[in-house]
Write a protein that binds this ligand. Sequence first.
Ligand SMILES: NC(=O)c1ccc[n+]([C@@H]2O[C@H](COP(=O)([O-])OP(=O)(O)OC[C@H]3O[C@@H](n4cnc5c(N)ncnc54)[C@H](OP(=O)(O)O)[C@@H]3O)[C@@H](O)[C@H]2O)c1
Length: 261
Amino acid sequence: MDLMLKGKTAVVTASSKGLGRAIAEQLAAEGANLLLCSRSERAIAEAAETIRAQYGVKVESMAVDVSNADDIAKLIQFATKRFDRVDALVCNAGGPPSGSFLSFDDAAWEKAFFGNMMSVVRLIRGFHPHLAAQGGRIVTIASTSVKTPIPGLVLSNTFRTGVVGLMKTLSMEFAQDGILLNTVCPGRIMTDRLVELDSLRAERENTTIEEVQQALRKDIPLGRYGQPSELATIAAYLLSPLNSYMTGSVFHVDGGAVKSL
Ligand SMILES: NC(=O)c1ccc[n+]([C@@H]2O[C@H](COP(=O)([O-])OP(=O)(O)OC[C@H]3O[C@@H](n4cnc5c(N)ncnc54)[C@H](OP(=O)(O)O)[C@@H]3O)[C@@H](O)[C@H]2O)c1
């Protein structure tokens, strides 16, 4: 299926590895030009170089901490200078730390708020004129915790839910601009983030990561963790002109793990 992304431009944040990187690769495979960012200048430049060499599309990169307002302003300026259009935006960021409610002070709450909530607000506000000019698409990466909160992930559980409320609201406000926005929620997709979370859990439970993952797989009807490319496929579709009638929706990519209707 041709997603009609050839020659279009997508901005994908937090894309040096993991889910953001997989989405960037999928978009490049469809012929989209890319602006990538993550905090590490070296890591994001390497990702950009690899994708450019493999897919032959234009790929620019920049070191950006999405929790920082000035960094986001610079990203938007850079996009305006280097690309004549922006058709698609992926709001992604690193996940907040695990821990119980009483283990976090104000600083931890503020960090998660700016990283996982305000980054989405600022990115969408900043890129709105570009996206409105094209009738663009936005995908935000959240978590299945928006449906069933995950024990030990209070920061994520709280702000991801806020993001879904924001996206639904904007799907109504921005419909007149032709902008379609959706949220993609990973369940357990095999990335460094998941390995880190599972290792911490193994430590806490005094067991091995293999045992933790074996137990967690039992809760997934498809019986395995997902691959980043499996999430990237649905994200790329939602970011493409082929998605012409889905906005304000939440898509779980979780092997059936969420049990609610
Ligand atoms: N994998 C899953 O199954 C799963 C499940 C639920 C939710 N999620 C959420 O999905 C998002 C992506 O997860 P992932 O599994 O792909 O993580 P990952 O493999 O750890 O990759 C995280 C990416 O984000 C970048 N990054 C982190 N903090 C950033 C910041 N403040 N500004 C800009 N870039 C930043 C990292 O690069 P730098 O270090 O260079 O910044 C890296 O490219 C996270 O929010 C995670 O919590 C993932």
